[in-house]
Design a protein around this ligand. Structure first.
Ligand code: DX5
Ligand code: ZN
Length: 220
């Protein structure tokens, strides 16, 4: 059984102590730093942009998993490559020419990620699944941390897993939103490979221990 990857979302970090929180993730058993970029247009919230990611990159020792919740992400692919992104995830709903966008991400040396909003059916990825390294299933509506998990996510994971197997793809499944140690096991059983957790990790009394708790919960 391959270990489920854990990607703490820095959106829930204490921005006044960003270096401390990035270093906590470095020293923890987590796998990636999840970085949420919101533009106030694609989603009704603005998070942070390039200067903050530059500061994160300075201290981060694990792969930067960048989740773009912005319109027309094509404009910034080279910029995020230069900022050290290892995985660049764009939203299906934000890309008119998704296939071209994925080729550009690849050409810039990053892994390709496609995120789906809760209303977007996984079947829409049928023709491009072999070009996608990671599908990020939103288990809340994107834009904010701390929302409650949408139960239909389990069905989406199972359907996506079936599609990946049928197409002989190597795509990983990442789940983002409302993840806790209470739903982690069921998510992994459904087929999840990577779990993003924001509030559950950073709003806990002992984030390092909470990451371990998540890993323990996913050990199926
Ligand atoms: C939401 C972001 C998530 C968010 C998750 O739009 O994509 O990554 O930070 O936060 P929690 O784990 O608190 O739901
Ligand atoms: Zn995210």
């Amino acid at each position: 059984m391959t270990k489920t990857k854990i990607a703490p979302s820095l959106l829930a970090a204490d921005f006044g102590n960003l270096q401390r929180d990035v270093e906590m993730v470095n020293k923890s058993e987590a796998d990636w730093h999840h970085i949420d970029v919101m533009d106030g247009v694609f989603v009704p919230n603005i998070s942070y942009g390039m200067p903050v990611i530059k500061a994160i990159q300075k201290y981060a020792t694990k792969p930067l998993d960048v989740h773009l919740m912005i319109v027309d992400p094509n404009r910034y692919i080279e910029t995020f490559a230069a900022l050290g992104a290892k995985i660049l995830t764009v939203h299906y709903e934000a890309c008119t020419h998704l296939h071209r966008t994925l080729q550009t991400i690849k050409a810039n040396g990053m892994k390709t990620g496609v995120a789906l909003n809760p209303h977007t059916n996984i079947k829409l990825l049928e023709d491009i699944i072999n070009d996608i390294d990671i599908v990020l299933i939103m288990s809340v509506n994107p834009g904010f941390g701390g929302q409650s998990f949408i139960e239909n996510t389990y069905n989406k994971i199972k359907a996506l897993k079936e599609l990946i197997t049928r197409k002989g793809a190597k795509t990983e499944i990442e789940i983002d939103g409302g993840v806790t140690s209470a739903n982690a096991k069921k998510l992994v059983e459904a087929g999840a490979d990577v779990l993003v957790a924001g509030s559950f990790v950073f709003k806990s009394d002992n984030p390092t221990q909470t990451i371990l708790d998540l890993i323990k919960a996913t050990d199926i």
